[in-house]
Design a protein around this ligand. Structure first.
Ligand SMILES: Cc1ncc(COP(=O)(O)O)c(C=O)c1O
Length: 367
């Protein structure tokens, strides 16, 4: 018998994550110049890295010969101050993806189940399957989370519920009060992981104080990232907030040096760069309005988005995706998210949005 067949069948059954196509890959495939390509496929910040983070990275380079601080002392202190939570409630991760994996490693195993929604972020099924746990996928309601149905779907063997708010790839949003009511009603022996990767893009009137729920709900785990509004996707850094006992468990499965030293320094600096965050929010809002309007004018139905991307329905989405690629524009096809008739586009700079819309018009005109 060969070695690969010794791997548990649930590992061999995993469908690998499909990332947005990298610029360098498209350049090679199409013979295009990298500078001519725009990538609106992975919900990154089109403004790039915050200036404060950039100078922190430059300083941290001098110490790259040393291991990073495995306890992330400075970053955790900065986060504790920002969110007014004790430091032992904070776990840092190699991206918030790492936190999702840690939560799965701590609570899931063969014989357990995880509940999540149809059209959810791709890492929830991956993290669940990698532990040999069963997935309970709850049909979405208007492409968003159906919290009532998710609550009803919790089985005696369920140990984790994953909820992204706003959700990726749909951009849909659940009001804070409804989310809190869900956590309140969920059994205490089930970890409710609320993934707020896009929370910084919420308009003021939709914001809610999930951090304050930490004190009330021992089974609540909140994850956030520096990959989106803070512009540090390439460095991989995120964090989770949870009660100390849960944090202690996550730290047991966490790799000792899971966040590298450049990421630690950059994240602490980015947290203080409020000007950059405000500029990013403004640009996103203006770009979103423009994209939504233009897509509607083209007769394309959009899903209401509270994040930094718009998902729209288009017939023959795969063909349109290919035609955009040939023009040097990378968006995200969503067939792998059970949405074969949709494409997702990240809000870019005004120029990138214009280029995308021009390419899309040409792609649709090709019929
Ligand atoms: C909903 C959601 N959660 C988590 C992540 C992971 O982000 P990161 O690992 O870069 O923090 C993403 C990235 O796209 C996301 O869309």
């Amino acid at each position: 018998m060969d070695l690969c067949e010794q791997s548990p069948s649930y590992v061999r059954a995993i469908a690998p994550y499909q990332p947005g196509k990298p610029i360098s890959e498209l350049a090679r495939e199409m013979g295009l110049k990298e500078k001519k390509i725009i990538k609106l496929a992975s919900n990154e910040n089109p403004l790039g890295v915050s200036p404060k983070a950039k100078s922190a990275i430059k300083k941290a380079i001098a110490e790259l010969g040393r291991y990073p601080d495995g306890n992330a002392f400075e970053l955790r202190a900065a986060l504790a101050k920002r969110y007014q939570v004790p430091e032992d409630c904070i776990v840092v991760g190699n991206g918030s993806n790492d936190l999702l994996e840690m939560a799965a490693a701590v609570f899931l195993s063969p014989g357990c189940s995880a509940v999540y929604s149809q059209h959810c972020f791709a890492v929830y099924p991956l993290a669940t399957q990698a532990r040999g746990a069963r997935s309970i996928v709850v049909p979405a309601k208007h492409y968003g989370h159906d919290l009532e149905a998710m609550l009803a779907a919790i089985a005696p063997d369920t140990r984790v519920v994953f909820i992204a708010n706003p959700n990726n790839p749909t951009g849909t949003f659940v009001p804070g009060a409804e989310l809190e009511a869900f956590i309140e009603r969920a059994p205490r022996e089930v970890a409710v992981v609320v993934d707020e990767a896009y929370t910084d893009y919420l308009p003021r009137e939709l914001r809610y104080d999930s951090v304050s729920w930490l004190k009330k709900y021992p089974n609540f785990i909140l994850t956030r990232t520096f990959s989106k509004i803070y512009g540090l996707a390439g460095l991989r850094v995120g964090f989770g907030l949870m009660q100390p006992g849960v944090a202690e468990l996550l730290n047991r499965v966490r790799q000792p040096f899971n966040v590298n030293s450049l990421a630690l320094a950059a994240a602490a600096a980015a947290l203080e760069d409020r000007k950059f965050v405000a500029k990013s929010t403004r640009m996103n809002r203006a770009g979103m309005v423009k994209l939504e309007r233009a897509l509607k004018t083209l007769g394309l139905e959009t899903l209401p988005s509270c994040a930094n991307f718009v998902t729209f329905r288009v017939s023959r989405a795969g063909t349109v995706y290919g035609r955009l690629l040939r023009q040097g524009v990378i968006v995200r096809p969503l067939a792998g998210y059970d949405m074969p008739d949709h494409l997702r586009v990240t809000v870019g700079t005004p120029k990138e949005n214009q280029t995308f819309l021009k390419a899309l018009r040409a792609a649709l005109d090709d019929d």
